[in-house]
Every structure is written in structure tokens, then in C-alpha cells.
Design a binder for this molecule. Structure first.
Ligand code: TRP
Ligand code: SF4
Length: 513
């Protein structure tokens, strides 16, 4: 992925043919690596060293991927405004798997992020067919757990989609930029898909951009990778709403990002030969250089054709502002605001004395001044799904596979005791060969939840298991006891939060059939 991707319109469905992610399906993610290759999710490792005191879910690589999270990390480190938002679809009991997103939100909130948690009730009603009565009940349960885990409702914002008019207005605006063919390609929607389901998609896009309604800012959306199609779509819709696009350019013609890279390389090499004087390199010379120095490819041929057509025009690096969705008067104001040498064309203006970051900042400021949103492309982080206690997927509809946060603590104990493990057939074998913590749902319970922030404890369990010193019976009892305590504590905190919830401005009594 090049640096310029947010400045031109990508097809968010690109790559979706080979591997589809269905946010409403039950697809398990078999191979997390394919998410990197097929969809351009980046490995979390790459930003981890720059995250200030990372959460244990980050340290343990349970959060494994991201899009554009660096933006948020930089804002966090520089004490600049940033936001975090995620949503919960109230379709069943909140379970321990949902705790990941709550923890991620709360962590960002404690680091100063403007934090939002929403109840995706329109989605639950339209895509899952739940009644409003069921939705209200589950919504209350989700929110009590969120508060019990430490979300601060004074600092943060909680809303439900169905009663948030500002959100729905934004969804309507975003809907103008989206069309059915795109939904078909991304989500596999067909002529049979109901309109409200489609509406829930633009509503989710509006959720994702909601933190930026008052002011554009880096925003992270912590989710499971099944939600990535929504992230890609929203990043694209956000770009389409922008008044101007900003790209680098080297001559008067338009070039694609990969062509620009080649032209930049030709320019760098030739101007170095010419002693650094920028305007001595002509387009034809750059074409000849590419012909000589670069392996043939479609990109190379396209760049050469464009350069040859431009002939003797000098190659000069510049930033280009392209008019996109600019309100009246905004283009003129932008031209006016550009310092130094510039060249104005019909639908774009080139500036020669600023870098791309300065240009982006200027474009956003002019847009916002003219009543635009100036959206920063939303970032995301992705966590692995917990394996079900019975192996396979942790699913709300298979009670034995998950532990509900509302389960009787003793049932929680029993479910852990009955869980599948990565242990061997016999104790002897386990002592000889060691257990397989990487394939053990019980080890996952420790790593995701029970060991909390205590890395040393998690590592000890791992090492003892893999080294054959730990046997499953005792290990499960230890986990089962911890689970029982966790549930009992959590449920007590939930009760304490009832008053807090009642005081919040969230209506949990929908008067609809
Ligand atoms: N679609 C999400 C789910 O299935 C819920 C959701 C709605 C959401 N709006 C969101 C998640 C915005 C993240 C950001 O659980
Ligand atoms: Fe899993 Fe514990 Fe058995 Fe290891 S010892 S396989 S971690 S249950």
C-alpha cells in the first residue's frame, strides 16, 4: 500500500473475490495471514513499538492487525485529539469474547481519547430480525457490562443508533456516496436484500465517522476482522465526501500512484546526475531513463507513454489539490490560501512550495471553513476471535461454547472444567511431549482474560504447559476458579452500575412493536 492511498478512490471490494468476509455470516477466520495479503490489513507488530504502554491484548498479539493506526498512535503520543468508537449488536447475552472490544475502548479512553460506545439496534432489528423488546433487554445488559468494566460515561459517549438523529442524518449524507453495485460487491447483497439492511450499512459508516462530526480527528475503531468490510467502505465514503484530494505530482499530467513512484525514481536519479538542479530533467529524459533502468511492466509502459507525451516539459515535484466534493467558493479560497508558487487548472491546482502533509492540512482547513466535514480516514485495530470452549467458534447461539457474563459463576466454573484442551491423551505423554497451549481454549482464557495485565503469569502457564510440567486437570481447576471469581465480581459491579445507567441519557424502553 502506498502512502497516497487515501487520496484516490479505491475499490473497497478489491480482493474480495478470493476471500470474502461476511459481517453477518458465521465465517470463521481460518488464516489471519490472508487478511494481510488479500485485504491490506497491516500486521500490528509494525506499530507496537510506538504505542505508549501497550495493552496486554496488544503485547500478546491478540490484537494482530490494523489499518492506519499509526495516525492514532501519533496523536496519542503528541497529546493531540483522537477518538475511539465501537458498536455492539444487542443480539444475545454479552459474553467473555465481547470483553475484548470493551477493554480496547476503555484503554483508549484512559489515554485521553474521546470515546464512544454504541448499541447497533437498527442493525440488530434489520439484519438479525430481533424485536425491539429483545433489543432493549440485551442493550441494557451490554451497557451494564460496559460500565462494570470501567467505561466512564461522563467522559465518553454512549448512544443507540435508533434515537440518534444526528447519526441518521450523517448516514443519509453518506448514502448519497454509496450505491447498490458497491454493496453487491462488498457484501454480496442481491435484489432480495431488504432496504433497511442496506440502511444499517450506511448507519454503521456514520457510526464510524460520528466522532468527527464536530471536528476532524484520528479515530480508531476496535473490532474483529469480520467488520473490516465496513471499515474499508467507510474509509472510501469518507474520502468521497472530501472537498479536495491531495496527491503528489511530477508534471502536468495525471498519473497513478505506482506510476508516480517510477517517475519519482527517474527524477531523483537524473537530478542527482545533473547536480541537484530540479528543473533540468525533462519528461522525455525520464521516459528514457525508465526504459533503460526499470524492468518492463504495465506500470512502466503507462508511465513512459505519459512522459513521452509531455515531451520537453520539465519534471518538477509538487503537490496537487484535486477538486472533489468542494462547496461553492471553496476552490477559490484554497487557491488564495496556497503560499508560494502555484499553477491553477480547471479542476486542480498545483503547489510547488509545500509538502504533502502541509497540503493535507490546508485542504482540510479550507474544507471545514466552508462547512465540510474534513474527515480523517478512520483507523482500525483487529483482534483475534476467542476459540469456543468446545473447540471451533465461540458462538452466542451455542451456550457450551462461550461463557456469558450473566452466567451463574458456578456454571462458569463447570464450563471451564468441561472445556476442550490442548493436552495429550495421558499424563505420561503430557510430561514427555508437553501440552499444546497454542491449541488450547483454556490457555486462551488465561491469555485473553484471566491473566489480565500479568504477563509473567501468562508466560509461566505457557512454559509449564509446553514443558510438560503442567497437567490439564489442575490447570483447568485454576482457570475455573479464576473464572468463577471474575464472573462474581463482574456481576456485583453490574448491579452497582444500575443507578449509573438509569442516569444516562439512553432510552432503554423503545415504544415500538
Ligand atoms: N456491526 C457491528 C457488529 O456486528 C456493530 C457495529 C455497528 C459497529 N456500528 C459499529 C462496530 C461501528 C464498530 C463500529 O457487531
Ligand atoms: Fe491447556 Fe492447561 Fe492443558 Fe496446557 S495444561 S493444554 S494450557 S489445559
Amino acid at each position: 500500500m502506498t502512502q497516497d492511498t487515501d487520496t484516490h478512490t479505491e475499490n473497497p471490494a478489491a480482493g474480495a473475490d478470493d476471500l470474502a468476509i461476511d459481517p453477518w455470516g458465521s465465517s470463521t477466520i481460518e488464516d489471519y495471514r490472508s487478511l494481510f495479503e488479500e485485504f491490506g490489513i497491516e500486521a500490528f507488530d509494525e506499530v507496537l513499538p510506538d504505542v505508549p504502554s501497550p495493552h496486554y491484548l496488544m503485547r500478546r498479539a491478540i490484537i494482530f492487525g490494523h489499518r492506519d493506526y499509526r495516525r492514532v498512535v501519533e496523536a496519542m503520543a503528541a497529546d493531540e485529539p483522537f477518538a475511539a468508537l465501537s458498536g455492539f449488536m444487542p443480539t444475545g447475552d454479552p459474553h467473555i469474547g465481547h470483553k475484548l472490544v470493551r477493554d480496547e475502548l476503555i484503554w483508549h479512553q484512559r489515554r485521553g481519547g474521546d470515546t464512544y460506545a454504541l448499541i447497533a439496534d437498527l442493525e440488530a432489528h434489520s439484519a438479525r430480525g430481533l424485536s425491539w423488546m429483545e433489543i432493549d433487554e440485551h442493550a441494557e445488559d451490554y451497557l451494564l457490562s460496559l460500565l462494570a468494566f470501567g467505561f466512564d460515561p461522563e467522559e465518553g459517549t454512549i448512544y443507540r443508533q435508533s434515537t440518534n438523529l444526528r447519526l441518521q442524518d450523517l448516514a443519509f449524507e453518506l448514502g448519497i456516496e454509496a450505491n447498490f453495485s458497491e454493496f453487491e460487491a462488498i457484501y454480496g447483497f442481491s435484489g432480495e436484500t431488504d432496504v433497511s439492511h442496506m440502511q444499517s450499512v450506511v448507519t454503521q459508516a456514520a457510526d464510524i465517522l460520528y466522532p468527527q462530526l464536530d471536528e476532524p480527528k484520528p479515530t480508531v475503531i476496535p473490532v474483529g476482522p469480520d467488520q473490516d468490510p465496513h471499515i474499508r467502505l467507510t474509509r472510501d465514503l469518507a474520502a468521497r465526501m472530501r472537498a479536495f484530494g491531495v496527491t503528489r505530482a511530477y508534471a502536468s499530467f495525471e498519473a497513478e500512484a505506482d506510476e508516480r513512484e517510477l517517475i519519482a525514481a527517474a527524477h531523483a536519479a537524473l537530478s542527482a546526475e545533473a547536480g541537484g538542479a530540479d528543473d533540468l530533467v525533462r519528461c522525455v529524459e525520464a521516459a528514457n531513463w525508465l526504459e533503460r533502468e526499470v524492468e518492463p511492466s504495465e506500470t512502466r509502459e503507462a508511465a513512459i507513454t505519459k512522459l513521452e507525451a509531455a515531451g520537453k516539459e520539465p519534471v518538477r515535484p509538487r503537490v496537487r489539490f484535486l477538486v472533489r466534493n468542494a462547496p461553492d467558493g471553496a476552490f477559490e479560497a484554497l487557491i488564495e490560501a496556497i503560499d508560494g508558487e502555484k499553477r491553477v487548472f480547471d479542476e486542480h491546482v498545483d503547489a510547488y512550495e509545500m509538502d504533502k502533509d502541509q497540503a493535507e492540512e490546508l485542504a482540510r482547513a479550507v474544507e471545514v471553513e466552508h462547512g465540510g466535514f474534513g474527515f480523517v480516514p478512520p483507523s482500525s485495530i483487529y483482534h483475534r476471535f476467542m476459540t469456543g470452549l468446545t473447540g471451533g467458534k465461540m458462538s452466542s447461539s451455542v451456550p457450551a461454547s462461550h461463557i456469558s457474563l450473566l452466567d451463574d459463576p458456578e456454571d462458569g466454573y463447570d464450563k471451564v472444567r468441561a472445556a476442550t484442551t490442548g493436552g495429550r491423551e495421558t499424563a505420561e505423554e503430557q510430561r514427555d511431549l508437553g501440552g499444546r497451549p497454542d491449541q488450547c481454549p483454556v490457555y486462551e482464557l488465561y491469555a485473553y482474560l484471566l491473566a489480565g495485565d500479568d504477563d509473567a503469569y501468562a508466560e509461566t502457564i505457557y512454559d509449564e504447559c509446553a514443558g510438560g510440567e503442567r497437567l490439564c486437570g489442575g490447570c483447568k481447576t485454576e482457570a475455573a476458579e479464576a473464572m468463577e471469581d471474575t464472573l462474581a465480581d463482574h456481576q456485583q459491579r453490574r448491579e452497582e452500575m444500575r443507578d449509573v445507567l438509569a442516569d444516562l441519557d439512553v432510552d432503554l424502553d423503545t415504544q415500538r412493536p
